[in-house]
Design a protein. Structure first.
Length: 179
């Protein structure tokens, strides 16, 4: 994007030129969109070469000032910053994709006792490290792997319940939900 006032390249999405301080109006739209996402509103006022942003969320007001700076003037001080430079991230090991010949839905049994639901998933002969259990928004996903067979079960749960424990016993998983 180019500044409509000085013609220099700007590489920010806010529309605020760091060289001359010109405001293209996109800044206000960006903050308005952010405020709407959180159920609030935003007001932007220009104050000399700065902008004051006032965000109002559920009766709480936050304000901050955005002031343009000349990057050419401060770039030498940025180069000799006393802050340590973070180490480059470690390379992520390449994940091996598992290929399965078949997917099996394991047998399950559900029992409700007072304010708890007990779910037993039958996974005979599968070691604990090959069993994965994830609580999703309205369900529990059980995945297990044995040789070329994948075991998969998606168990719907009532909205008012959440998982409090999961135990792997010999050949089965016991999941406990509580209201």
């Amino acid at each position: 994007m180019r500044c409509k006032n000085c013609g220099k390249d700007i590489d920010n999405m806010l529309g605020l030129c760091p060289y001359c301080g010109f405001f293209s109006g996109e800044l206000e739209e960006s903050f308005m969109n952010i405020a709407r996402m959180f159920g609030g509103k935003a007001v932007i006022k220009q104050d000399g070469d700065s902008f004051i942003v006032i965000l109002d969320f559920q009766g709480t007001r936050q304000a901050f000032r955005i002031t343009p700076i000349n990057l050419e003037e401060i770039s030498p001080s940025l180069a000799s910053s006393p802050e340590p430079v973070p180490a480059p991230p470690e390379p992520v090991p390449e994940l091996r994709k598992r290929v399965f010949k078949k997917t099996v839905e394991p047998d399950t049994e559900t029992n409700e006792v007072k304010d708890r639901i007990y779910i037993r998933v039958d996974l005979p002969g599968i070691p604990e490290e090959d069993i994965e259990i994830d609580e999703l928004e309205n369900s529990i996903e059980v995945r297990a792997y044995k040789g070329k067979t994948r075991f998969f079960k998606l168990i719907p749960i009532p909205e008012t319940y959440h998982m409090i424990s999961k135990e792997t016993l010999s050949g089965e998983v016991i999941i406990t939900l509580k209201k």
